[in-house]
Design a protein around this ligand. Structure first.
Ligand SMILES: NC(=O)c1ccc[n+]([C@@H]2O[C@H](COP(=O)([O-])OP(=O)(O)OC[C@H]3O[C@@H](n4cnc5c(N)ncnc54)[C@H](OP(=O)(O)O)[C@@H]3O)[C@@H](O)[C@H]2O)c1
Length: 299
């Protein structure tokens, strides 16, 4: 759908929806620049897909809680800016999770810089949406290569360093998404749940916990159609909440999901492995996501 049609849809959405003011402002306060607890002090964390969205929020949150962090993504200007803003204990490595030598190099940099690995957050992911008969094979392959092969490669290279460090935590970003056109994305995210089950069984007795988080829809570039002006996105976003999240009636913020990631990686969840945890404003309960009228495809 073109932007002109989307604009008509956004106008209809704005006219037909009343979103209470309090729902426009996340009730969860933003993370402080420096956290009081430092609960990840002395720990080394790897985050894939840390150049924007949920991954960037997780990088910032782990750093604020005292961890040393290495993160990757392909957009070097973003990675460098984030690392520069967080100081010496946060390193950016340009790595594409689909490329074996990149992932090997990323983990080697963790080892070189900090000598150990305690927590790996395998978060890098992409989404392409279209009904099956209209989805190009290279789009399907891109989603599966990034979201499934990328997670496998990450785990393959992380495990030896985690074992050498005496154990640790792997947390993968899955999804419960059932959005229209989600044939590739849904397949990839359910595959992650299978990977988590298998790897948890393989390494539980050797001190590695392996889980997945399935965030509810979160306000990031992954769900915001490219090229959409801010005002139009705000209208769609505010209309989307009441249609899809009966309890909280809004999308999550990246900070809110990052907080949950930190909690799941902490010792508070020391007895949990092989689980996929839904962190959503209320579960979709298997229902299909409803897009506001005129919501553009992501292509
Ligand atoms: N937003 C949601 O509603 C939602 C809900 C459930 C699950 N998730 C999942 O959350 C994760 C983060 O997504 P997000 O919502 O935060 O969107 P985002 O802002 O687009 O973040 C995606 C991240 O993945 C990185 N990435 C993509 N392809 C990569 C590749 N081949 N190699 C290395 N890094 C790559 C991107 O970095 P570069 O572009 O710089 O490479 C970026 O840092 C994804 O796995 C997504 O499926 C999101």
């Amino acid at each position: 759908m073109g932007l002109a049609a989307a604009a008509t849809g956004a106008a209809a959405v704005t006219a037909g929806t009343t979103v209470p003011a309090y729902l426009r402002t996340p009730p969860t306060a933003p993370l402080p620049a420096t956290a009081p607890s430092g609960r990840f002090g002395g720990q080394v964390v790897l985050v894939t897909g840390g150049t924007s969205g949920i991954g960037e929020a997780a990088v910032r949150a782990f750093a604020a809680e005292g961890a040393s962090v290495v993160f990757c993504g392909r957009r070097e200007h973003l990675g460098r800016d984030i690392a520069r803003s967080l100081g010496r204990d946060v390193r950016y490595v340009r790595a594409d999770v689909r490329v074996p030598s990149d992932v090997a190099g990323l983990v080697a940099e963790v080892d070189r810089a900090f000598g150990r690995l305690d927590i790996a957050v395998n978060n890098a992911g992409v989404s392409r949406t279209a009904p099956a008969h209209e989805m190009a094979l290279d789009q399907f392959d891109e989603v599966l290569d990034t979201n499934v092969r990328g997670v496998f490669l990450s785990i393959k290279h992380e495990v030896p360093l985690l074992l050498r460090s005496g154990g640790g935590v792997i947390l993968c970003t899955s999804s419960e998404s059932r959005r229209p056109g989600g044939v590739a994305y849904s397949a990839s995210k359910q595959a992650i749940q299978g990977i988590v089950d298998a790897v948890a069984l393989d390494y539980g007795s050797r001190g590695i916990r392996v889980n997945a988080i399935a965030p509810g829809t979160t306000d990031t570039a992954l769900v915001r159609p490219p090229g959409l002006p801010d005002a139009m996105w705000e209208a769609f976003r505010n209309a989307w909440g009441p249609l899809n999240v009966p309890a909280l009636a809004r999308m999550a913020t990246p900070d809110e999901i990052a907080r949950a990631i930190l909690a799941l990686c902490s010792d508070d969840f020391g007895y949990m492995t092989g689980s996929t945890v839904l962190v959503g404003g209320s579960p979709l309960s298997g229902g299909k996501m409803t897009m506001p009228p005129g919501f553009p495809d992501q292509g």
